[in-house]
Design a protein around this ligand. Structure first.
Ligand code: FES
Length: 217
């Protein structure tokens, strides 16, 4: 883990509320790992690492002032990482992701054999070489007719996680959890989740967990 300052090269709008931010620097990381970036008032937020146009990049969904600042106002951003555990599986897998995880997809595609399904609530504004479905109904149809894979990795909203779990339980399915995080290094306990194996911390035990380890209500 190191501290760094990243320089924003450009932002690309992906859909109604999501941007990709491309950086000038390079970081060495494993697919699935994330960084904590500082936003105004020293609030840190986690972002899964990835690539876009062969540059280091993150995807940012604008949800408030901090994420808006990252997309629109800052040129230099401080952070620390890479954090969390990388993910590697043999065989052919599929990544089922929201647009907030598009850069992560490119990190996986460099290392493992995967298909990609992107589920977006609103139209995607840039051409993508992946399978893209827009809207809940189309996503449900797609999920219920997926072919068999050796493993499935879901990274998206809580509602996407639940829909995928309902359709894929019993298979080798994993979830990359997006929880509130204060430190990213196991110190603040803000990212605790209840699992069948007790309390785990998304930042140090995850962020990727097996679906059958998680408690689904
Ligand atoms: S973010 Fe602080 S313990 Fe996980």
């Amino acid at each position: 883990m190191e501290k760094f300052c990243l320089t924003k090269k450009k932002s690309i709008r992906i859909n109604e509320d999501t941007w990709i931010i491309i950086f000038e620097e390079y970081l060495d990381f494993l697919p699935g790992q994330f960084v904590m970036l500082e936003t105004p008032k020293l609030v840190r937020k986690p972002f899964v690492l990835g690539y876009w146009e062969d540059n280091l990049a993150i995807s940012v969904q604008v949800k408030g002032k901090g994420t808006k600042w990252l997309v629109e106002e800052t040129r230099k951003v401080k952070g620390h990482g890479p954090l969390g555990n990388g993910f590697k599986k043999d065989g052919k897998g599929i990544l089922i992701v929201s647009p907030t995880c598009l850069t992560m997809v490119n990190a996986f595609r460099k290392k493992v054999n995967v298909d990609v399904l992107v589920g977006s609530k609103t139209p995607v504004l840039v051409p993508l070489e992946f399978d893209v479905v827009v809207g809940n109904e189309e996503f449900l149809n797609k999920i219920s007719t997926l072919p068999e894979y050796d493993w499935y990795l879901v990274s998206g909203s809580k509602s996407m996680e639940k829909v995928c779990w309902n359709h894929l339980r019993g298979k080798n399915v994993y979830f990359s959890l997006e929880e509130y995080m204060g430190c990213g290094i196991g110190a603040c306990k803000s990212c605790a989740v209840f699992t069948k194996n007790g309390v785990k911390h998304v930042c140090t035990d995850g962020p990727i967990f097996r679906g059958d380890e998680l408690c689904w209500s």
